[in-house]
Ligand binder design. Structure first.
Ligand SMILES: NC(=O)c1ccc[n+]([C@@H]2O[C@H](COP(=O)([O-])OP(=O)(O)OC[C@H]3O[C@@H](n4cnc5c(N)ncnc54)[C@H](O)[C@@H]3O)[C@@H](O)[C@H]2O)c1
Length: 368
């Protein structure tokens, strides 16, 4: 078992990474928080497996709200339903929310906890690789917000409302990844590759060399992978909790990804959109002379080797992608701000020439 602390003064917390941890969840939680009542927000797909296992470890039993983990449920309506259930069950400020599931469940449950009675503690219990290495760490919580389109339709803008609400504890039980399908495991690897691209070649090499063991769900390899990635994210978050500077680097590839993820015709999961976004970011960087062609080729080869997409599954209009990019939170007064790879890490780049962005989109299959 590894424990990595996210040092944030009075908001510091531990990320406990191990196997078969859910069976002892109550004692792990009670080491940091002596709550009397626990409210589970549970991913529907793991309700009767990992959810039941975790709930059984709580002697007094737990109340729960079950959430179907689809992006169209990552909404204010779900948050209100959680508040409603907690109010009906009489939860006061001594209660604690336990988010058990992937990043979607963690984001919604975290936002509900941040706002219920002006804030109750949340314990994040990620059960996808993506949530273990990324979403559960750093306190970002949030929901998607509907954006009206010119054609009268509505797209869900990713994570456009939310709050910073650090968890009291994160419990990453890699045994839960045994039931996660390969497509979702790959999505988590996209975020691990992103962490590697922030100047951690050792992580890139680890993924290349241990690809087989990762997909075989080898517990020691998964423990090492998750620990390395969590340490990278914890370090960045510790230096810049509220994304005033350094933390923005974690958005590498995400401004591209957030533009394509809501396009329902593409059927992309978050990690898949990130993979394509990383490739687009590489092309943009190359056009600006920040990296050479060999760097981009290596990243594309790595992502392809994992089985992640490096191009859009079907062409999209460049104009549509640009509109959503400007709506992304990382745009400043409608100017697109991108995090782009450099030869030895990443950098935030402002005022990017639109030609370089168009070229980046074209490189992943967008058409004008
Ligand atoms: N807060 C942050 O800092 C942050 C960072 C990255 C991503 N995110 C958000 O996280 C979400 C993506 O998270 P995700 O990739 O974990 O997706 P997810 O939460 O949608 O889960 C993916 C799928 O896996 C299922 N699942 C979860 N655990 C399982 C298990 N152990 N076995 C079998 N099935 C399981 C879920 O039911 C779902 O169908 C997005 O909404 C994204 O915006 C947030």
């Amino acid at each position: 078992m590894n424990t990595i602390t996210v040092p944030l003064q009075d908001r510091s917390y531990d990320v406990v990474i191990g196997s078969d941890l859910l069976q002892n969840m109550q004692s792990l939680v009670q080491q940091v928080h002596r709550a009397t009542e626990y409210f589970f927000v549970l991913d529907q797909n793991i309700e009767t497996t990992h959810g039941q296992c975790a709930a059984n470890s709580f002697s007094g039993g737990v109340k729960s709200f079950v959430l179907q983990a689809i992006e169209s449920n990552k909404t204010m309506q779900s948050v209100e339903s959680i508040w409603d259930a907690m109010l009906k069950e009489g939860y006061d400020r001594h209660g604690i929310v336990v988010a058990l599931g992937g990043g979607l469940t963690g984001d919604v449950a975290g936002f509900a906890a941040a706002t219920y009675l002006r804030g109750v503690p949340v314990v994040q219990v990620p059960t996808t690789l993506l949530a273990m290495v990324d979403a559960s760490i750093g306190g970002k919580t949030g929901i998607n917000v509907p954006i009206a389109q010119k054609d009268g339709g509505v797209l869900l803008g990713k994570n456009l409302a939310g709050s910073f609400w650090q968890p009291a504890l994160v419990i990453a039980d890699v045994s839960t990844l045994k039931t996660l399908d390969d497509r979702q495991l790959r999505c988590g690897l996209a975020e691990c590759v992103k962490h590697g691209m922030l100047g951690h070649q050792d992580v890139i090499t680890f993924i290349q060399e241990q690809n087989e063991g990762i997909f075989a769900r080898d517990v020691d390899i998964l423990l090492s992978l998750v620990s390395q990635s969590v340490a990278i994210k914890a370090n960045v978050v510790a230096q810049d909790e509220r994304e005033q500077g350094q933390r923005a680097l974690l958005n590498l590839g995400h401004t591209f990804a957030h533009a394509i993820e809501p396009m329902s015709a593409l059927h992309l999961f978050h990690g898949e959109a990130v993979s394509i976004g990383l490739c687009a970011a590489c092309s943009c960087s190359e056009a600006l002379g920040l990296i050479d062609a060999e760097y981009s080729d290596n990243i594309r080869t790595l992502l392809t080797g994992i089985g992640l997409p490096t191009r859009l599954p079907m062409p999209i209009q460049l104009e549509d992608a640009m509109v959503l990019m400007v709506k992304d939170k990382k745009a400043v007064r409608s100017q697109i701000r991108l995090v782009l790879p450099t030869q030895d890490g990443a950098a935030v780049v402002d005022d990017i020439d639109e030609g370089a962005i168009a070229l980046a989109w074209a490189s992943v299959g967008a058409t004008s």
